[in-house]
Design a protein. Sequence first.
Length: 223
Amino acid sequence: MNYWALFLAGITDSYNPCSIGVLLITLTILFSLKKKNLIGIFGISYLSTIFVTYFLIGVGILKAFHLFGVHGFFGITAGVVLIIVGFAHFLPHIANRIPILSWITRCHIPINIEKHLEKGVLLAGIILGFLIGLCTVPCAGGIYLGAIALLATSVNYWNGLLGIFLFNIGFIIPLLIIFVISSREKSLKALQKINARLSSYSNYIIPIIMILMGIILILVTLN
């Protein structure tokens, strides 16, 4: 297993409207409330909680794959699910007609972010980070699922944990860079415009990667 490929897959998976959207929205609110001194506390708690949550989800999925085995039925099923989710993201106008696919393709950004901030910036970062860590799985977790399934078929459990860790390092680094840049108010506004433009491209690139990983997983399972 190429661990550099896992790291790059994590970087690719990092660009999704859920995690970036909440980060930019919350920073905008903090700037509007004149609480610039609390931005660092929010960023650290938010990003670290996303990392821990997403990593633990990956560990749980890897454990399940090793328990049941990624072979035969389970391997092919995981591959088919990846392909279906990929097509659902690629063709949202069709997926929206099917309830479960509509839920998968929808970005689950928490509402009432201001109310979470009222509980304290540190606690708000933890709550929002945990929610986004969970919601990123249906929103853009197809690449993560494919990477974990391929790890389960090619390496032992402990090397699989290393692979998941490297994937999550790749996942969190772009978010960290975006946070550092957007911690300045002028840069934040520019990033919001860039994010709006790039999101349209990610709607095609990420689904294609999911579909390809699903096909690879099925081929690996059959062999």
